[in-house]
Design a protein around this ligand. Sequence first.
Ligand code: 5AD
Ligand code: SF4
Length: 466
Amino acid sequence: MTGETLPKAGKRLFIKTYGCQMNVYDSERMADILRPLGYGMTDAPEDADLVVLNTCHIREKAAEKVYSELGRIKEMRAARTEAGGARMGVVVAGCVAQAEGEEIMRRAPVVDLVVGPQAYHKLPELIARTTRALGERLSADFAPEAKFDALPIARQVDGVTAFLTVQEGCDKFCTFCVVPYTRGGEYSRPTADIEAEARGLAAQGVREVTLLGQNVNAYSGGPDGLAGLARRLAAIEGLDRIRYTTSHPRDMDEALIAAHGELEALMPYLHLPVQSGSDKILRAMNRDHTAATYLKLIERIRAARPDMALSCDFIVGFPGETEADFQDTLNLIEEVNFASAFSFKYSRRPGTPASAMPGQVAEEVKDERLARLNALLDAQRMAFNASQVGRTLNVLFERPGRYPGQILGRSPYLQAVHVDGPERLIGQIAPVRVTQGNMNSLTGDLILEDPRSSRPKAGSAKKVLA
Ligand code: 5AD
Ligand code: SF4
C-alpha cells in the first residue's frame, strides 16, 4: 500500500451475506480489501456509506430476496439524502450479480455497482470509478487465480474458528444447479498460499478452520489432493481442528478416507450430499453415482472412522420424481442415519437443464414430501444428539452463551454445546460430559482437570444428577 491509499477515517461499510459459507468468506475478504480505503464495519445499513449485498442464486427464493432488500435500501438512501447525509453507495456482489447483472441494473436503479464472485478484488478500483461516473458496471469475467493473487493474505479475524476458501467452482454440472455457471469451473488454490493464510489465522488465535469449496474434495492444488492439504494444515501449531465442506461423493478418494482414520485434527463430521436415493433421479440429476455406490462409500468411510457423523443435502420434487422415487430417498436415509441434513424443494433455475425437463412436480406434492422428509431427518438428528448423553466430548469453546455464566462451543460432530463455565475457556478445547441432547444442541458439564492429581473431576454439581 502506498501513502496515497491510507485510510480516510470514518467511512462505514455494511455487508449483508446470503447463501453458503463461501459467501461468508468472500464477505470477510471484501471487508479486508476495503479496510485500507478507510471503511470500518457497521451493523446498521442506514448508517452505512457503502452497502454490499453478497448474494446467492442457488434457489429462486434466495435470488428474489435481493430485490426486496434493494427496495428497502432505496428507501434508506432516500431518507439519508433528504436528511442531508452523504450519498450511500450500493453494491450487489455474489452469484446473483454474476448471473443477472444486467437485470439488476435494469430492475434496481439504486444499485451503483454489480460485481461477481471472481471480480470482488477489483472493488477499490470499481468504487473509485463509480463515484466518478455513476451507473458504471464491470462484468465479472476474471479468473479466480487473479482474485486470490490480488487478495491480501493478511486477514483480520476475531473468532476461534474461521472459513478458508481452498477451491472454487464446479465442473460437475448437476442438471438442477447454477453453480457451474455462476462460480465457473473448478479452481484450486496452491497449497503454499493456503498454508500461509492458515498460519496467519492460527497466529490470531484460530483453532479450527473449515476449508471451503463447492467441490472441496476435488481439491488439486498440491500433492495428494485434499488429504495432502489436511496433513500440511494439521502440522500448523495451534490449529487443532480441520473441517471441510462441501464434498461430492465422486471425489471422496482413498487418500481422503484414509486421512480420516489417521489425522486427529480432521473432525469426524462429513457433509456429503446425495440429493436423492433414487437411481433414476440421480441419473437425471447427472450425479454420476447410484444409491448403492453412495452407501458403499459411507461404509468405507465408517470403516476408516467408525464414529463419523454424516450430514447431507436432499432435493425433493426433482422433475420426474414419483412417490416410489421419493420412497427410495427415505430408504437411503434410514440406511445411513444422518446426524444432520439440509432439505430443499426443487427450484427451477433458468438456464439449467432440469428446468426444461418434463414431469415438473406440483408445489403441493413437493410440500408434502418435504414435510415427510424433514420428519425423518429431524428424528435422526434428535436421536443422534440424544445418543451423546453420558459421553465425554472435546468441546472447542467459541463464545459466551446466552445466559450469564454460560459458554458455548462445538463438539467434534459440529453440535453446539452449552455448559456453565468460565469465559477464560473461550478459545480452548476442554472435555465435557454430555447431560442432555436437544434438537439443536447439547448441554453438558465441564470435566476440569485437577492440577494436583491431574485426574479428571466433575466441574459442577449438575454432574451428580446426570
Ligand atoms: N433446487 C433446489 N435445491 C438446490 N440445490 C442446488 N440447486 C438447487 C435447486 N435448483 C441444493 C442442493 C445443493 C445445495 C447447496 O442446494 O441440495 O447440495
Ligand atoms: Fe452444483 Fe452439483 Fe456442482 Fe454441487 S456438484 S455445485 S450441486 S453442480
